[in-house]
Design a protein around this ligand. Structure first.
Ligand code: MG
Length: 272
């Protein structure tokens, strides 16, 4: 099931996305409004609204976004860094936070920050946590995941290189587009060839990788992160980006597409 969060006539609700998924056929999609919230048992109301009549919102409002750096070998190599091994890989998963205020939804603008001259896209598979959990054993990881969505770990690369902690480089407002919805019927680990993770800028391909090439799996990451902290329903884990990161400029349209999920599109705007 695909679960979207949306607003219509000033009201916010969750809905199950139904209908065709072919590119360009979004107008034919409808939302069956969910009674309640998707983090507990819920029912579909049977009341349907066309997707074209609503504004999609970030599919969740996370308490926190825990992100993982350098989780694809080729991307680790393209960044390089003396602090890591000779292939640029961290010895343990490299984790950092993006604040809740960095989250924006599909179609929302990414505002180019005043303090960077090198804004980058990073297409990533995002894990949406479905229930409160800590110290999750490997065999229970599936039980705490509600589903998956697309993310863009937008990064001020020059600031990331200049500042030891990445709170500003990766935590500014609009640095975490999420969406377009949560796919609950997907298990990347069960798909041998992985899920294709793609980023385009103005329609031109910049990144194309596969979740099969993640250094640490979703399972590894949930175990590692929950050793340290409680995850709440709606919290999000960003699983790292494949190779091909590059600059975004004002006016660019950046799209993250993940196989089996959908496409998250955002436009970069000038700070007003
Ligand atoms: Mg990243």
């Amino acid at each position: 099931m695909r679960i979207a969060r949306f607003s219509i006539d000033g009201n916010v609700a969750f809905g199950a996305v139904e209908g065709g998924t072919a590119p360009g056929a979004e107008g034919e999609l409808v939302l069956d409004i969910i009674k309640g919230i998707p983090f507990a048992d819920f029912e579909l109301s049977g009341t349907k609204v066309p997707l074209s009549k609503v504004r999609l919102l970030p599919p969740v409002l996370p308490n926190k976004v825990v992100a993982v750096g350098r989780n694809y070998a080729e991307h680790a190599a393209e960044l390089g860094n003396a602090a890591f091994d000779e292939q640029g890989r961290p010895e343990a998963p490299l984790t950092f936070f993006k604040p809740s205020t960095s989250v924006v939804g599909p179609g929302d603008p990414i505002t180019y920050p005043s303090f960077t001259q090198d804004l980058h896209h990073e297409a990533e598979l995002a894990v949406v946590i479905g229930r409160m959990c800590r110290e999750v054993p490997r065999e229970r990881v599936k039980d705490v995941i509600l589903g998956y969505t697309c993310a863009n770990d937008v990064t001020a690369r020059d600031v990331q290189q200049r500042e030891k902690q990445w709170a500003r480089a990766k935590g500014f407002d609009s640095a975490c587009p999420l969406g377009p919805w949560i796919e609950t019927g997907l298990d990347p680990a069960a798909i041998a060839e992985g899920l294709a993770v793609q980023c385009t800028v103005n329609g031109e391909q910049r990144q194309l990788g596969s979740t099969r090439d993640m250094i640490r799996s979703v399972e590894d990451l949930v175990v590692h992160i929950t050793e340290a902290m409680t995850l709440l329903p709606g919290d999000v884990i960003l699983t790292g980006t494949p190779a091909g990161v590059g600059p975004l400029n004002v006016g660019d349209e950046v799209a993250v597409t993940i196989e089996g999920i959908g496409t998250l599109t955002n436009k970069v705007i000038k700070r007003g």
